[in-house]
Design a protein around this ligand. Structure first.
Ligand code: F6R
Length: 241
């Protein structure tokens, strides 16, 4: 695990966008796992802006959605789908076959996870994975105290996750989570885990300086040599002082 601390969210986002840009420039057929949430949004905006301005081809890029809120209609403003459509898919005009994405309204959520698993298994590689460290230490919806070793699966969401700002205080229709598992995340050639702001200070200390344990899924980052953790000074406060 490598760690880098930035002065603020803007510089962290710029550095994240640069890694994503380099990934696509070096391999236009890259497959990239995309977390949603507030932390990576500016990075995605900068990345997309640069791809378009520099005219970098994206017609062979594959985007893999990390997770989804099960039970919300796909076009609900809070879904991860709405987020990736708005920030990545539509601005880059990606085709549906360039996106591997859980549906939020599957009749059989376990079968939907199998479908996503098969689609990912058919890819030549996963080149990069962007993650946000959750307030409770989750990565995707790999929640505390669940099994380490997982492929795409249906997750029972914690109270903390159901309070995620993406749901804007309204989690009534969310019945479960759909998420890539830690095994799937771990096969990415490069894993970029982000945290910014003081609400992440305590969990960042636990994840990066505490024991490696399923009680804090983000602690798995300590064991992954290809992981890079980008923090701003607020999130890093307890590991630098
Ligand atoms: C969302 C996701 C979550 C978030 C995490 C951090 O797709 O996978 O694990 O990355 O909860 O969210 P923010 O960045 O909003 O603090």
């Amino acid at each position: 695990m490598r760690l880098q601390i930035f002065d603020n969210h803007e510089t962290l986002s710029r550095a994240t966008a640069d890694i994503l840009l380099r990934t696509v420039r070096e391999n236009p057929r890259s497959s990239i796992i995309i977390a949603t949430g507030s932390t990576p949004t500016l990075a995605y905006q900068l990345w997309v802006q640069d791809l378009l301005r520099q005219d970098i081809p994206t017609d062979e890029l594959m985007i893999i959605k990390l997770d989804e809120w099960g039970g919300l209609p796909m076009d609900h403003p809070s879904t991860c789908e709405t987020y990736i459509q708005k920030h990545i898919i539509q601005p880059l005009s990606l085709r549906p076959d360039q996106v591997i994405s859980f549906t939020s309204v599957a009749a059989d959520p376990a079968a939907e996870c199998d479908r996503v698993y098969r689609a990912i298994s058919a890819l030549p590689s996963i080149d990069c994975c962007v993650l946000g460290i959750g307030k409770n230490g989750h990565l995707g919806f790999n929640e505390p105290n669940t099994t380490w070793s997982t492929v795409p699966h249906v997750a029972k969401l914690s109270i903390t996750s159901l309070g995620h700002a993406m749901l804007q205080g309204d989690s009534r229709d969310v019945q479960y989570g759909l998420t890539l598992g830690l095994d799937t995340i771990s096969i990415a050639k490069s894993i970029l885990a982000l945290a910014s702001g003081s609400e992440k200070t305590a969990i960042v200390e636990q994840a990066l300086r505490g024991p490696v344990t399923p009680q804090c899924p983000a602690s798995i980052l300590q064991t992954l040599p290809q992981s890079i953790v980008y923090l701003d000074t607020k999130a890093a406060e307890r590991i630098t002082s």
